[in-house]
Design a protein around this ligand. Structure first.
Ligand code: MEV
Length: 314
């Protein structure tokens, strides 16, 4: 009788979303306050492989899954990688990461499933393998993903990521406090990325120019983050500039901008959308003072945030 448990964190993109799809670098960090959790337990022989995702109201057998079912797909991909046949077992998936809000819920669920299967078969899977396997499912969810979500979630550390280049870990000079505000609007990454792709195709020079400007900001942000707290206003300014460019790219929204404005007015030196945009979450950098944390949290709730997470980046 085997019974294993695995988890994976959410993520936020600090700088460089969307431009990262076009080969520019981006900076992302894990959010350990929210997690996907997976349990895998053997059952009686002949019972098959059952998947229970209570949050999604789903309970089904792997053999009955649709061909594009993301949970079944990652199970099949991981079993193949591990050289294993389908065991008689029950996989249970739960998650505190809000779905479709730019916090990497899909990558986290895939990562936790791969980790659980690795443990189940007593196979020590390196993070790079976990990330590569989760990437296969990201392609199903997102169409043309850069790979940053599966990378930051599987490595569980702040990363400076650019497609096709070695992953660089970012060591933050000082812990930073971030507030994450949820617009409550579900925004599938596939749609924002697809829409931007069409606009970029129509006006390549204009959009490549924006991506180049974002790349400059990302590289400045890497230096500022590594320097730590003396750079707090500098990091905030870069976040605000990144937000302006995201607005130019057409991926912001009035709801996101309302939360961003509220956070800045309540004392945040920098705020921006995080992830795909049009909905989902925004992030605000704040000094780690209790009165500022309280003020920004309240301001976001008053401005319509459906959820607020305060997280520390170290
Ligand atoms: C989604 O978390 C980030 C995007 O840049 C898409 C991607 O990198 O695949 C919008």
């Amino acid at each position: 009788m085997k019974n294993v448990q695995a988890t994976a964190p959410g993520k936020i993109i600090l700088f460089g979303e969307h431009a990262v799809v076009y080969g520019r670098p981006a900076i992302a960090v894990p959010v350990t306050d929210v997690r996907a959790r997976v349990g895998l337990q053997t059952t009686g022989s002949g019972k098959g492989f059952r998947i229970i995702a209570a949050d999604l109201g789903r309970d089904y057998l792997l053999v009955d899954a649709e061909s594009d079912d993301p949970l079944a797909t990652i199970v099949q991909i991981a079993l193949k990688h591990l050289g294993q046949t389908v065991p008689d077992a029950t996989l249970t998936v739960t998650s505190t990461i809000p779905l479709g809000r730019g916090l990497g819920s899909g990558a986290a669920v895939s990562t936790a499933i791969v980790r659980a299967l690795g443990q189940f078969f007593e196979y020590n899977l390196p993070p790079a393998d976990v990330s590569d396997l989760a990437y296969e499912v990201e392609k199903l969810h997102h169409g043309t993903p850069s790979g940053i979500d599966n990378t930051v979630v599987a490595f569980e550390q702040p990363v400076y990521f650019a497609k096709g280049r070695p992953i660089r870990r970012i060591r933050v000079g000082q812990p930073l406090t971030l507030v994450i505000g949820d617009t409550g609007i579900v925004s599938p990454t596939r749609e924002t990325v697809g829409d931007l792709r069409r606009r970029r195709q129509a006006e390549p020079e204009c959009y490549e120019g924006y991506f180049d400007e974002i790349e400059v900001l990302v590289d400045q942000a890497k230096v500022a983050l590594e320097q730590g707290l003396p750079g707090l206003p500098a990091i905030g300014k870069l976040m605000n500039e990144n937000q302006e460019l995201l607005e130019s790219l057409g991926v912001s929204s009035p709801e996101l901008e309302q939360l961003i404005k509220a956070a800045r007015q309540a004392g945040s030196p920098g705020a921006k959308l995080s992830g795909a945009g049009w909905g989902g979450n925004m992030i605000a950098l704040i000094p780690a003072r209790p009165e500022v944390i309280t003020a920004v949290t309240k301001a976001l709730a008053d401005a319509g945030a459906t959820g607020v997470i305060v997280t520390e980046l170290r």
